[in-house]
Write a protein that binds this ligand. Structure first.
Ligand SMILES: [Zn+2]
Length: 303
């Protein structure tokens, strides 16, 4: 009797261990091998209906999208790009202004690479050997990123067409696991001629052509069926600026297209831009950082 009980306990313990091991072995299944996030600075949702952007609108018709995502406050650049890539709110990552180069509030978590963990950090730690890239018009992008772990780092110094060209070349030749492309327009025209002006909509026609250059590169690289492309903006604008609390400034679009993503689907659940980092991590099958607060935009996924 005693032996039987011991045997039963032994079997129970061994079976229990086996179950734990199986749980540990379960990995998040990636949706895609590549994610490309393309950001157009200050392309507020208010402009979408009036904009002559056939490439973006065709892309939108094949994507899961919402025009009702929100910027964090202030509705300014660095604070919002940081929030997206760090999947957290400004008072946690600490970058709180339009041109933050160092955190104005100490970051609540620091990675082994020295800054608040971003999607680049999570890729570096969980996908060893994966190639990452950042191509950007405005050098404000690089200050909050751990540039030493980013394989391809190209600043075009506000030459927008060069940004499109360099991003296309990078995707074609390097096929990175994650690429973030930042364009400074239409923000420049928004500050110069003003938001919601004829000049602003003229610039959006050029923005559309730049988007086309990158989408074409994804096709030419032969990776379209295993690449999720995300088109975003950091904030909108009103009159000749942004940073405030109007809906013209804080209402932003996100379009997501690729494997495992719903087609021609209007996302209805609430979205804020710091959801994007966690969503990209999920797409690539990696874990979010414990300090992140973004939620995965599950509604965009087929299952
Ligand atoms: Zn901006």
């Amino acid at each position: 009797m005693k032996h039987t009980l011991l045997f039963t306990m032994l079997v129970f313990v061994l079976t229990g261990c086996q179950q734990v091991k199986e749980v540990e072995d379960v990995k998040i299944k990636p949706l895609a091998e590549h994610v490309v996030m393309i950001g157009f600075d200050a392309m507020g949702s208010y402009s979408y209906d009036k904009a002559e952007m056939p490439v973006l609108k065709d892309f939108a018709s094949k994507s899961a999208w919402t025009l009702d995502s929100r910027s964090v406050l202030p509705s300014s650049s660095a604070v919002n790009w940081a929030s997206m890539l760090m999947s957290s709110s400004p008072s946690m990552h600490g970058y709180t202004e339009w041109g933050s180069k160092v955190p104005e509030i100490p970051s609540i978590a620091i990675s082994q690479f020295g800054k608040f963990p971003s999607i680049y950090t999570q890729i570096e730690e969980q996908l060893p050997g994966a190639k990452t890239a950042v191509v950007y018009s405005w050098d404000g992008i690089i200050h909050f990123l751990e540039d030493q772990i980013i394989d391809i780092n190209i600043c075009t110094k506000e030459d927008e067409d060069l940004t499109a060209q360099k991003a296309a070349e990078t995707i074609l030749n390097e096929k990175p696991t994650f690429t973030f492309v930042h364009f400074d327009e239409p923000d420049g025209v928004g500050h110069g001629a003003g938001h919601d002006t004829p000049e602003f909509y003229e610039e959006l026609k050029k923005v559309d052509l730049r988007l086309n250059t990158i989408l074409q590169a994804v096709k030419d690289a032969g990776i379209e069926d295993k690449t999720i492309v995300i088109v975003v903006a950091d904030h909108g604008g009103i009159d000749k600026g942004h940073g405030g609390k109007t809906m013209e400034e804080v209402r932003i679009p996100i379009f997501i297209k690729g494997p495992g993503i719903k087609v021609n689907y209007n996302i209805k659940s609430p979205v804020i831009d710091y959801d994007y980092g966690a969503t990209i991590a999920r797409m690539l099958g990696i874990e979010a950082h414990p300090a992140w607060r973004g939620k995965i935009i599950e509604e965009a996924f087929v299952e």
